[in-house]
Design a protein around this ligand. Structure first.
Ligand code: GLC
Ligand code: GLC
Length: 814
């Protein structure tokens, strides 16, 4: 069952039934000011950091779901309704929500009155702009009342939900004409406030929640709206809100546009006040003036759209399959930008309180984003690397506001350092900018410890080399990529988090085959980079370690039919046929096959066949099998989840692409493609009722074959799945891959595909690449031409600015 449709020409998903199986959300803003908005206008705003600068309040896991947001209430006669259906839930004659690239339009119609709200954060603006267009489609004059609504959070989203003994006494506001200011804590240590304005005179306002709502009323029945008039309340403590009240009259056919601005301002210490106790409003007024007419708002939206035209023009596909095209050209890239911005912080599954930017997460997110705005990727890499320790180890995350590392969700994850090599190499391959290697980058944010970025890569590489276990395989530390395989925790206390409990690595023999594969893949990248920059000695040294790792995996990491997952604390095998549960895991088989370990000996093929046989199911590839049915103290959190969910045999979509790439190593294009389609949201639109989450973005997890409801997804939006699927489809299946000296053309496609076209902008040049497959093969470039000139090999060189026609003919070489 569907709840809407894709409008590809406008790059929108159009929701036509407001009662989606879960709130289907969008993100507004892409640099500093951000909002989350659901298809019924629920959600919240924050500045840079969802924890420390929360602007509006949101209640998670509420009853009913998704309560609180920016709401408009319309009262005509005795009928009260909202254009987004919620919170009033008055049945609408028309409802439509269009989620586009960083904007959302929600339209409702009731009894001949249409209210269409456009929400977006204009470029370079610290505000969410809302244009509400009201049209009288009836034959008679309409008189009605309009109330806006936003609820302020008391800045720190965590204490906002906890510290009521203080919070209920701190709230302060100012009312100045049509602008309602929120200035809680401004008089002490804060240098920022928020405001909500409308570009017309108002008939009244409210800033105190209890007065506006009524203490025992829900969002669907605010007392002021029921009464048909605002109360002009000025909040002192309790819970400040902002609500405008307008009396409106519309002639038949008439439209009225109102512009609301929900903004945020920071002032310098000596510019905080206009006069004693009165905040300096200069910046707020300037922003409000930028959007005081509908025309200015429309122009800003056009600018935002042009910005996205440009971002999405770097890689465009024409495959003849509209679902694939819309993922590659629109939604997958869009999700990559969103995950790049937010890491795992703020979604409808991540509260914005618990997690900052992940070290491993952000490096992986980067590979899906780097072609869009390489300069931001560069800056991010430096931020991340600055939190690294001198021995290559890492804080597991950092807070975007302070850019300082923290171990709030645990530390000592031994895979972390390797991902930095991925981030840096991807950046250089996209841009050719080797200067990043010479950049002086602090360790642990301490400038006096700064060394070159190249040195950061060396210590990352060596962190694995210096932490090998009894089989010469990498010690796992707290966990590797799988946060829940906690082999050194032995947690018996339900009150402690698996992620932060003591990490008993001393004397542990716990080794990871996943890190081993990862090390072979990115260690080889490191070797290649050393060669590229003329560090031959270092290349030689590193190559030896990579070779040793390959040997260690072959000797101690092969279980006969697949790669082992790990050795536990005591040195026992995990992910072996000898185990009763968890005989086979996806991660080590993904990484060791991507690395091509044992390709000649048939290990890659055998391992992937085993994955197909034991882990694949109707909805994707599950993480492990058989699922754990009891708690294993020596494995940790992984065995805490019920079978079929999350890291315990869920389809953890992030890692499915590792198997797809493994399949492309073997040249099995049909299999890679089958896996790709299984978890790709656009192909799941028809089962939206089962899938539950948005059909335009990936979710972290789909319930696996052992779950109660296989196929049901959770944790949409913020997941490494976005970047990995984008990388896999664009660089490994369509096979147009960045490299230091050009673009490698190496597709691995289903044999039935006849042709496809990609336009790739790369270092200033634009390549129109036409791939044809006359012999019906999966892999193998037979001939390659650029502007009708034959090219040897399968790489298009870096070219000066201009347009180039590239023709690729696949086939078996003769
Ligand atoms: C979550 C984390 C990620 C981790 C994965 C597997 O997605 O953000 O860092 O690798 O879970 O546990
Ligand atoms: C839990 C989740 C995992 C996540 C980790 C860190 O263990 O299962 O996916 O990465 O928490 O927050």
């Amino acid at each position: 069952m569907k709840f809407g449709f894709f409008d590809d020409a406008n790059r929108e998903y159009v929701i036509t039934n407001p009662a989606t199986p879960w709130p289907w959300i969008n993100y507004l803003g892409n640099t500093d000011f951000f909002s989350l908005i659901s298809n019924t206008a629920g959600g919240y705003s924050f500045f840079k950091d969802a924890k420390f600068r929360r602007i509006t309040r949101y209640r998670y896991n509420n009853v009913p779901m998704d309560e609180g947001g920016r709401y408009f209430y319309i009262k005509e006669g005795d009928t009260i309704w909202s254009p987004g259906w919620k919170p009033c839930k008055t049945p609408l004659d028309v409802y439509e929500c269009r989620h586009g690239m960083n904007y959302t339009k929600i339209k409702g119609e009731k009894d001949g009155l249409t209210a269409e709200a456009l929400f977006f954060v204009p470029l370079n603006t610290h505000a969410e702009v809302q244009k509400l267009s009201l049209t009288n489609n009836s034959e008679s004059t309409k008189k009605f009342k309009l109330f806006s609504f936003a609820e302020w959070a008391l800045w720190n989203a965590a204490t906002d939900m906890e510290n009521f003994q203080r919070n209920f006494s701190t709230g302060e506001v100012e009312v100045d004409g049509s602008v309602l200011y929120h200035k809680t804590e401004y008089k002490e240590r804060r240098d920022h406030y928020a405001y909500y304005s409308v570009n017309t005179e108002i008939n009244g306002f409210d800033t105190d929640r209890e007065t506006f709502m009524g203490l025992y009323n829900g969002f669907h029945e605010p007392q002021a709206v029921l009464d048909g008039a605002s109360k002009q309340s000025v909040a002192h403590g309790w819970s400040p809100i902002a609500s405008h009240y307008l009396e409106i009259e519309l002639q038949p056919g008439e439209t009225k546009d109102l512009v609301f601005v929900l903004g945020y301002v920071e002032n310098k210490e000596d510019e905080k006040w206009e006069s004693k106790g009165v905040i300096n409003k200069t910046k707020a007024k300037a922003t409000i003036a930028n959007f005081d007419t509908a025309e200015k708002v429309d122009a800003a939206l056009a600018e935002l759209k042009a910005y996205w035209d440009d971002l999405l023009s770097v890689y465009t596909l024409d495959s003849g399959d509209e679902k694939l095209d819309r993922m590659v050209n629109i939604w997958n890239q869009y999700q990559c930008m969103i995950t790049f911005n937010f890491s795992r912080s703020a979604s409808f599954f991540e509260s914005g309180i618990g997690r900052g930017m992940g070290f491993r997460d952000s490096n992986q997110d980067l590979v899906g984003f780097v072609h869009q705005i390489p300069e931001r990727a560069r800056e991010r890499i430096i931020d991340i690397a600055s939190t690294q320790f001198p021995d290559g180890g890492c804080y597991h995350q950092y807070q975007p506001l302070t850019k300082r590392g923290n171990n709030d969700i645990g530390g000592g994850f031994n895979d972390d350092p390797m991902w930095l090599i991925l981030g840096v190499v991807s950046y250089i391959k996209e841009t050719g900018d080797f200067s990043i290697l010479d950049e002086l980058v602090p360790f642990d944010n301490d400038e006096s410890l700064a060394k070159t970025m190249f040195n950061h890569l060396t210590v990352s590489f060596d962190h694995v080399v210096n932490n090998l276990g009894p089989h010469g395989l990498p010690l796992i530390g707290r966990a590797d990529w799988n946060d829940c395989l906690n082999l050194n925790c032995f947690s018996n206390d339900p009150n402690e988090s698996f992620q932060t409990t003591e990490n008993k690595t001393e004397g542990s023999k716990a080794e990871s085959l996943m890190i081993a594969g990862l090390f072979v893949v990115y260690g080889s990248d490191y070797v290649e980079l050393c060669e590229k920059v003329g560090k031959q000695e270092e290349a030689k040294r590193a190559r030896k370690h990579v070779k040793n790792m390959v040997e260690a995996v072959k000797q101690h990491g092969w279980d006969g039919e697949w790669f082992l997952r790990a050795y536990d604390y005591f040195g026992n095998k995990i992910g072996s046929n000898d185990n009763e549960e968890g005989k086979i895991f996806i991660e080590s088989n993904g990484w060791c096959t991507m690395a091509g370990i044992g390709l000649e000996e048939g290990m890659v093929e055998k391992a992937l066949d085993s994955v197909k046989e034991r882990l694949d199911c109707e909805y994707g590839i599950v993480l492990n099998n058989p699922a754990f049915t009891k708690y294993y103290i020596e494995y940790g959190e992984i065995s805490s989840y019920p079978a079929g969910y999350k890291e315990n045999a869920g389809i953890f979509c992030h890692n499915n692409p590792w198997i797809m790439i493994g399949e492309t190593v073997l040249g099995r294009g049909d299999q890679a493609w089958e896996y790709y389609k299984k978890i790709c949201p656009a192909y799941l639109e028809d089962i939206s009722d089962l899938h539950k989450t948005e059909p335009y973005v990936y979710s972290q997890m789909i319930a696996g074959k052992d779950a109660a409801k296989p196929g049901e997804a959770k944790n949409s939006w913020l997941t490494g799945t976005a970047a990995w699927n984008y990388l896999t489809i664009t660089q490994h299946i369509l096979g147009i891959r960045t490299h230091y000296d050009g673009l490698i053309i190496d597709p691995c496609i289903p044999v039935g595909w006849k042709e496809f076209k990609v336009t790739r902008k790369f270092r200033g040049a634009s390549f129109e690449i036409e791939v044809s497959n006359p012999e019906g093969v999966s892999k193998g470039v037979k001939q390659l031409f650029m502007n009708d000139q034959a090219i040897e090999g399968s790489m298009i060189p870096v070219m000066p600015e201009g347009k180039y026609r590239v023709k690729v003919i696949l086939g078996t070489s003769t």
